[in-house]
Design a protein around this ligand. Structure first.
Ligand SMILES: [Cu+2]
Length: 133
């Protein structure tokens, strides 16, 4: 389930097809079964994101750290990129398409424990780690 953490863009290009297959379809992550009130991609989330992450010129701000959440907690991440990309939350298989300049909010319930990577698939950047206890 670790597919891109730390790898560079060149490797990403070579492995893009394999990685996409290994990570599963992102588009289905918007409607996880059992989360009846999961928001698909609401432009204005009704809850405050746990983190606001920006990608610009291939850099992540704030620098990738670790977000600590409790199991069963609802997690909302906001990601904005200066280029088209895809966000993927490992372990939960949620994410979505990034449109340049438009914040994407990814919301899901952290229903399992572990440390999971949140990353972009096109640029292969680690956005943050999610530690669920
Ligand atoms: Cu991935």
């Amino acid at each position: 389930m670790i597919c891109l953490g730390g790898t560079r863009t060149v490797a990403m290009a070579l492995l893009a097809v394999a990685l996409t297959a290994a990570c599963g379809p992102i588009s289905e992550g918007h409607h996880p079964p059992g989360s009846s009130h999961a928001t698909a991609s609401g432009p204005a989330g009704e809850e405050l994101p746990l983190a606001n992450i920006a990608v610009r010129d291939g850099r992540v701000a704030p620098p990738p750290g670790r977000l600590e959440v409790k199991v069963g907690e609802r997690v909302s991440l906001s990601v904005t990129s200066d280029r088209a990309d895809e966000v993927h939350v490992h372990g939960f298989d949620v994410g979505g398409k990034l449109v340049p300049g438009k914040p994407l909010t990814v919301t899901f319930v952290a229903d399992r424990t572990g440390v999971f990577e949140v990353e972009t698939h096109e640029s292969g950047l680690l956005l943050t780690q999610l530690a669920v206890r």
